[in-house]
Design a protein around this ligand. Structure first.
Ligand code: C2E
Ligand code: MG
Ligand code: MG
Ligand code: MG
Length: 297
């Protein structure tokens, strides 16, 4: 368990390693929950935003909000370092609500600055088990009355719907009637993908980065990708590839007919105030613009 936790941390080289031994306040689970509660009250959480683009046209189609904890002693902590501590706790709902409120306020600020950028937020499983979720979303949206429909997207994991598919599908339908978009995150990593694709009212499928990362060298992953694209097409869902790490990834995705992408090769997640400049400056590489799809459709 501890080894897995460490391994998870080791993969996040860009963050400070969070050694619990060096922070008395996170000695026990109980204490860390309390510390996270305080962090929420003290506004120590921040959102970074990662652009999602049309790799062919260069259009920035939105941004994904990704939470970080600006820990006063440990520096910027990645979500994998603190979200697991609260996922079984009501605090996950409180943090989730803070994330949505902050992201919507940011979208409204961008809009006032002339930038139309839908924001996506990641939903914890607990948030999707709240019967009052649509009502809460309606209230949060009402705090930003200038935002047009479609400004908010919920990224959900198919595993969040495990066991509760009918209920969660209905809940998400209600969210959609509020003009909220839904996408299926990390698609392909769950095991009931077809049922979930059929039943969950998600307009977009995000192909998990593990499939995208290896497509350059692995014919098997190309087949999975082509298959998911075909499926998504048949179900009339949009597809976006996450983990577009290099120019070559984008190029191959375009040839496979996948135009939407997100990843380090396009932009890393960044603070809100860096987004406007980035949108102004970014252009798809010429090699992408010239890339013709292998097959029509
Ligand atoms: P996710 O929603 O699948 O987000 C994508 C993760 O991959 C982000 O990590 C992002 O920084 C990273 N990433 C983006 N492009 C690339 C790439 O090209 N290569 C690689 N290797 N990684 C890339 P991050 O920010 O550490 O977030 C990890 C996960 O934490 C997210 O996965 C999401 O499941 C969860 N998360 C983040 N913010 C929130 C939040 O506000 N609420 C909830 N419930 N979960 C969140
Ligand atoms: Mg996501
Ligand atoms: Mg994802
Ligand atoms: Mg993920």
């Amino acid at each position: 368990d501890q080894a897995m936790y460490q391994a998870k941390l080791a993969g996040k080289g860009r963050y400070h390693l969070f050694d619990p031994e060096h922070d008395r306040s996170v000695r026990s689970h109980h204490e860390s929950l309390e510390r996270l509660q305080q962090a929420l009250e003290k506004e120590e959480f921040v959102l970074h935003y990662q652009p999602k683009v049309n790799m062919r046209s260069g259009e920035v189609i939105g941004v994904e909000a990704l939470v970080r904890w600006a820990h006063p002693e440990c520096g910027l902590l990645a979500p994998g370092q603190f979200l697991p501590i609260i996922e079984e706790h009501a605090l996950a709902e409180a943090l989730g609500e803070w994330v949505i409120r902050r992201a919507l306020a940011q979208a409204a600020a961008w809009r006032r600055a002339g930038l139309e950028l839908p924001v996506s937020v990641n939903m914890a499983a607990r948030q999707l088990r709240q019967r009052e979720l649509p009502a809460r979303l309606a209230e949060l949206l009402a705090e930003q009355p200038d935002l047009p429909e479609g400004s908010l997207e919920l990224e959900i994991l198919e595993t969040s719907a495990l066991g509760d598919l009918a209920l969660i599908s209905e809940l998400l339908e209600e969210c959609r009637r509020l003009g909220v978009q839904v996408s299926l995150d990390d698609f392909g990593t769950g095991y009931s993908s077809l049922t979930y694709l059929k039943r969950l009212p998600a307009g977009t499928v995000k192909i998990d980065q593990s499939f995208v990362r290896d497509i350059l060298g692995a014919p098997e992953d190309i087949k999975i990708l082509a298959g998911v694209l075909g499926l998504a097409n048949a179900f009339e869902r949009q597809v976006i590839a996450e983990g577009v790490e290099t120019l070559d990834h984008g190029q191959l995705l375009l040839r496979l007919g996948c135009e939407l992408g997100q990843g380090y090769g396009i932009a890393r997640p960044m603070p809100a105030d860096a987004i406007a400049d980035w949108c102004q400056e970014w252009q798809p590489p010429t090699s992408w613009a010239q890339q013709a799809p292998l097959a029509p459709g």
